[in-house]
Design a binder for this molecule. Sequence first.
Ligand code: ATP
Length: 201
Amino acid sequence: MSNWILGLTGGIGAGKTAATTYFESLGIEVVDADIVAREVVQPNTPGLNAIKAHFGSAVLNHDGQLNRAKLREVIFSDESQKDWLNKLLHPLIREQIITQLAEAKSSYSILCAPLLFENGLQSYCQKTLLIDVPESVQIIRTASRDNVSQEQVKNIIAAQMSREEKSQLADYIVNNDKELADVQSELLSLHKIFLQAAKNY
Ligand code: ATP
């Protein structure tokens, strides 16, 4: 089991997946908070059962999967429903993250979370790494990847912790506003540091 955990974060479209894909190619196991957040509301989970009991079947698709757009709509204008949902999901997500990290077998493992600092998940991590690009690059890359408007990306950025604050909190920062090959060589140097830290942990 790997006890040494790197928390990896970055704003929308900053390049977290690009970075974790590279770390995975080096044999490092990654627990992705976004994936876990979807896993805890799969059919027949306590998460989805509680949502169904609270909001009714209107928030489900015909195949029994959660209809995220519908749920977003329901909680959008109702702060108390949003709170209810967060109180349900956050502990489930946390528990599942801890379980998956405990099962990881690589020399160290990575917890990737866009809201690592916002949700206090860095408390599970020995060190943190921020993948960073200027906002203009976040906007261009996300809008072209997801086929959404620049305005939508700007709104999401505005709802996340600022780059400045994240930079203050992170132990390491990698600028991803350059060729991927150059980014990867920086990540490789850090990988060697993390391997050593994990060995001495
Ligand atoms: P999200 O928070 O939305 O999940 P993310 O932080 O995981 O995003 P990625 O999906 O890794 O970001 O990157 C955003 C987009 O930018 C992708 O289309 C990716 O291919 C591209 N990209 C990432 N890094 C680079 C780079 N160094 N050069 C060019 N394009 C890049």
